[in-house]
Design a protein around this ligand. Sequence first.
Ligand code: ATP
Length: 299
Amino acid sequence: MIQLFIPLNFLGFVYREIREALTNIERLFTLLRAPLKVVDAENAKALQLHGASVRFHDVHYRYDQGREVLKGITLEIPAGQTLAIVGASGAGKSTLARLLFRFYDLDSGSISIDGQDIRSVTQDSLRRAIGVVPQDTVLFNASIGYNVAYGAPGASEDEIWRVLELAQLDTFVRSLPQKLDTPVGERGLKLSGGEKQRIAIARVLLKNPPILILDEATASLDTHAERRILDALNLVAERRTTLAIAHRLSTIVHADNIAVIDQGEVVEQGTHAQLLARQGAYARLWADQQRERIEVAEA
Ligand code: ATP
């Protein structure tokens, strides 16, 4: 009986480990809403980077034959600059970011990086060039060190500490008894939204990609935490071509360019000062958010 029990027990352990790994992957894909429909072109080549300028040209997209979500978006992000996308909920901001990462292929139009259509390059080389700081960071049921080094295999412990420092997480991690080996995720230490996002920032710093997608998640953070995240985000966006999806306009006032999207179309574009002076959609969004801030402060 014991002879039988041991292998079964072992198999149970293996099964649990596999199931957990699969759950993590499933969760990752569910959260990213990745459909796994995209395939490499037969003659796909590795993306060649020369500064990483990004161009969306007349991009049209609809999910599963539904209504058109993006209706002819044309936008450019010069190498090393930041484009912030703002607009009401459901306007199509995240869809634009998902298309750049090539979770889906466009219905028509094109997205290119340094003049290469993203459909003509390998997905592997495309995704290696892009770092994502999502709204909701998925942590694996593994150690903090593993979670930071995910995406940059072979990173040394020194490198991990360096990026934790840049993401302002080093003091926190040093205070934990198991430090980098501390288990996190569902079965380990529960981290706050801000801490999880700083892990994502550290992860991106370690991966060091030339292109960055930031899906702002500061909405649920207090002001002190927001400041720390913003500092870390600004650091990570420095010298990288960045597409920043912003819900709070206060976080993107210094962006090189801001595009306002309304129902799948770009309705305004310019710097914060230019857009305020236009007294259009952006100025209205700005005034609404300022009012909300005052109401929250007075409550
Ligand atoms: P938010 O600010 O709320 O995140 P958003 O501007 O990022 O919104 P998107 O997530 O791009 O908006 O969604 C644009 C539209 O596409 C919405 O109407 C949304 O319901 C729809 N949509 C988004 N993802 C899917 C999907 N996987 N399948 C079908 N429709 C979707």
